[in-house]
Design a protein. Structure first.
Length: 227
């Protein structure tokens, strides 16, 4: 049976650190609360018997691969794209990561009002423009283009650069907004501004203290979802 959602969110995840597990706990509070959006963590697991396994809670996709930045994240992403393409009818996939926070209502408003193949906060690496791996949109057409390729070099670049490189000859990246902060308590944008503007993606990573990243995510959840 094909399942219908406007947006599928795929969240790069791992259980190899306690703070990553705690980030997942925050995501689980809200990630599947919107009726038109379906979210999954995507993780590597060499102990599964099949290439792809969906967990019993229907919120985690396990891919048979080692957890690693290169090539693991790209393998998890492409294999999860294949699974979603074959089992879901969707307009967009939004691929993101644990240290991001998403306002689902604002994300949905963007998704239903735009028809874009590739959209993200844009980065550049050695002349390659790419959609930042913290959060990029791909249309169903784009996803099909990627999963149809039979010459993917999983070891050449990190995942977001690799995807940008593969799409560069066919698709242009449309810029998207993102708000970044490493400490919720000292961020430059006010809570009222967060609520009133149309930004839906918040990069909450504190590189020097990942437990602070968990705190940032918790505070964003309280701000956006708790009444």
């Amino acid at each position: 049976m094909i399942n219908n959602y406007d947006v599928i969110i795929l969240i790069i995840a791992t259980d190899n650190k306690g703070y990553y597990i705690n980030m997942q706990k925050v995501w689980k509070l809200y990630m599947n609360t919107h009726p038109k959006i379906k979210a999954f963590f995507i993780k590597g697991n060499m102990n599964i018997n099949e290439n792809i396994v969906l967990d019993k809670n229907n919120d985690t996709i396990y891919v048979k691969c080692q957890e690693s930045f290169i090539p693991g994240i790209l393998i998890k992403t492409i294999e999860s794209f294949k699974y979603i393409y074959n089992n879901y009818n969707f307009k967009y996939i939004f691929r993101t990561n644990l240290s991001s926070f998403v306002d689902l209502n604002k994300l949905y408003t963007w998704a239903i009002n735009n028809s874009i193949n590739y959209s993200a906060f844009i980065g550049s690496y050695r002349g390659i423009n790419f959609g930042s791996g913290s959060g990029f949109f791909l249309s169903k057409e784009c996803v099909n283009y990627l999963i149809s390729k039979d010459d993917i070099d999983y070891n050449q670049y990190i995942d977001d650069v690799s995807i940008g490189n593969m799409l560069s000859s066919k698709y242009t990246i449309t810029p998207n907004k993102r708000t970044d902060f490493g400490d919720f308590d000292t961020k430059k944008i006010t809570n009222d501004e967060i609520k009133k503007n149309d930004v839906f993606h918040f990069r909450c990573k504190n590189r020097s203290n990942m437990n602070r990243t968990v705190y940032n995510l918790e505070k964003m959840y309280e701000l956006i979802y708790k009444k």
